[in-house]
Design a protein around this ligand. Structure first.
Ligand code: ADP
Length: 487
């Protein structure tokens, strides 16, 4: 099969969250199963042309955008240590910005996001035509690339080049739907006839994710539990009806981990490697993290082995930041140290900084996106807190398992599919009391070294590599193509 991945983020080129990690790993695993794979993403300013040796392909795509023509120059590189091509669409006006989606000065989404990603999605189809490689599967990710599927089935539906292509959309997070005022309709290049409640329209607005769902043969999301949850009003964000209607074509496949990157035995970003057989390196990582983040009290005063709780993630409502803020004083009253790395909503960033400033030496709040520090936290912390309100899959709990950093998670979405009482601590409802109770339980277990090592051991032995999930995706592609051929 010839499988094409279209995505706004791909690790290691550009990433803000789990979507990037998935695109950095799934295509490689699918290629290993014997399929031809390529990827397409925007050429953001942040993608290092030098580091990744980007070359011009000499391909230029010209996309009609509201009476003008927007040009995209196409560059290429490879996924690291493979011959899997990655194509980058360059358009300075659209993609050379301070951040990918938001203006950091205002914290607001860029006003022309609809136009930017409509351009990207259509350019992706044009690149494929210029390369002359008809896809068997066009697999788009999240709203930013969803229109590629819509275009394939509308503007390009008569085009023999795409005739046999299966359209697949993976929803990594239903909270991001690409909602725009209807005045943006011309920037999609689609006829107003598609602005109806079955396709693009959503309560008077344009909903790009909905447009993708309407035109995909297969819909997937990133855990089995979340696939069920999003068909309910509580998690469906207004699209539960659409998803219920498509339930026969909707599948959940849990994300995996790229153990070439997230593996304490060979991680190059941590001060000492370690394994289940020899955990001494984890202590080195812990001391390093304490030094780096200025965590001194109460270690200096009392027990040298006070546990560190780590937190890494986007600072959004989804991740349960409100619970953390509400439970802060109680948390700080416990015998532990706390280190957080995150970036996101300005009010959360400010509130967390203010809270941490009252607990120097005990709490370290680091605002920003810092890949090295994220590895150092996974390796150096003893526990990892994820009190998510909802969680499509979550990756940090999987990384934590591998690093012997015991997860404390809320029972929702992918956290249900991946963490049980054998390897972590779980609390059911979205409540501070339950979160603190779970943390206290973890502290109790930590005080018993034999019990703790056993918890770590069980987690470290688990295998969340991509092999199994990649096979599930390939199986979905194959079944989808078969069904399509029979129609
Ligand atoms: P989501 O996709 O909802 O953001 P996931 O748990 O699926 O959450 O994936 C988050 C990924 O992004 C992980 O690889 C995590 O380490 C990384 N990450 C999130 N925030 C930061 C940050 N501030 N600095 C470095 N890495 C981060």
């Amino acid at each position: 099969m010839n499988v094409v991945y279209v995505s706004p983020e791909i690790e290691p080129f550009a990433r803000t969250g789990g979507l990037g990690d998935v695109l950095g790993a799934l295509p490689k695993s699918v290629a290993k199963l014997g399929h031809t794979v390529c990827l397409i993403m925007p050429l953001y300013k942040q993608v290092s042309r030098k580091e990744f040796s980007l070359l011009s392909t000499q391909i230029t795509v010209a996309i009609p955008m509201q009476g003008k023509t927007s040009i995209g120059l196409v560059y290429s590189s490879y996924m690291p240590e493979t011959r899997i091509p990655v194509y980058f669409i360059e358009n300075a006006a659209y993609f050379e910005r301070a951040e990918f989606y938001k203006d950091p000065a205002t914290g607001q989404d860029y006003k022309d996001n609809c136009e930017r990603f409509a351009f990207f999605s259509r350019a992706a189809l044009e690149i494929l035509k210029a390369l002359g490689q008809p896809p068997d599967v066009l697999h788009a990710h999240d709203w930013q690339s969803a229109l590629a599927l819509t275009y394939l089935k509308t503007l390009y539906r008569e085009d023999p080049f795409f005739l046999n292509a299966l359209t697949v959309l993976t929803v990594h997070n239903l909270a991001y739907q690409g909602l725009f005022p209807k005045e943006d309709m011309p920037s999609t290049g689609l006829d107003w006839s598609y602005f109806n409640w079955k396709q693009l329209e959503y309560y008077g607005k344009i909903n790009i994710l909905k447009a993708g769902l309407a035109f995909s043969d297969i819909i997937t999301t990133v855990s089995k539990r979340y696939a069920q949850e999003i068909q309910t009003p509580e998690f469906g964000r207004g699209l539960e009806g659409v998803l219920q209607e498509r339930s026969k074509d909707l599948f959940g496949t849990v994300n995996g981990v790229d153990y070439n990157i997230w593996n304490p035995e060979k991680d190059k970003l941590i001060p000492s490697n370690y394994s289940l057989k020899n955990l001494s390196g984890k202590k080195v990582c812990k001391r390093h993290l304490q030094r780096k983040c200025g965590l001194t009290a109460p270690t200096r005063l009392r027990d040298k082995d006070v546990p560190i709780i780590g937190w890494i993630g986007r600072l959004t409502e989804q991740k349960g930041v409100d619970l953390l803020l509400e439970g802060w004083e109680e948390l700080m009253g416990l015998d532990l140290q706390f280190v957080l790395l995150g970036k996101g909503d300005l009010q959360y960033e400010e509130a967390l900084k203010a809270k941490a400033s009252k607990y120097p030496g005990k709490a370290s709040v680091n605002i920003g996106f810092d890949n090295r520090l994220s590895h150092e936290i996974e390796a150096g912390a003893d526990m990892f807190l994820m009190p998510s309100k909802f969680e499509p899959c979550g990756l940090n709990q999987l990384y934590s398992l591998k690093y012997g950093t015991v997860p404390i998670v809320r029972h929702t979405g992918g956290l249900v599919d991946t963490v049980d009482e054998q390897v972590g601590f779980i609390f059911k409802s979205n409540s501070v009391e339950e979160m603190i109770a779970a943390i206290k339980k973890a502290l109790g277990a930590y005080a018993n070294p034999a019990q703790w090592i056993e918890l770590m051991r069980r987690g470290m032995l688990q295998d969340w590599s991509w092999d199994k999930s990649a096979k599930e995706y390939v199986d979905l592609y194959q079944r989808g193509l078969k069904k399509k051929a029979a129609q």
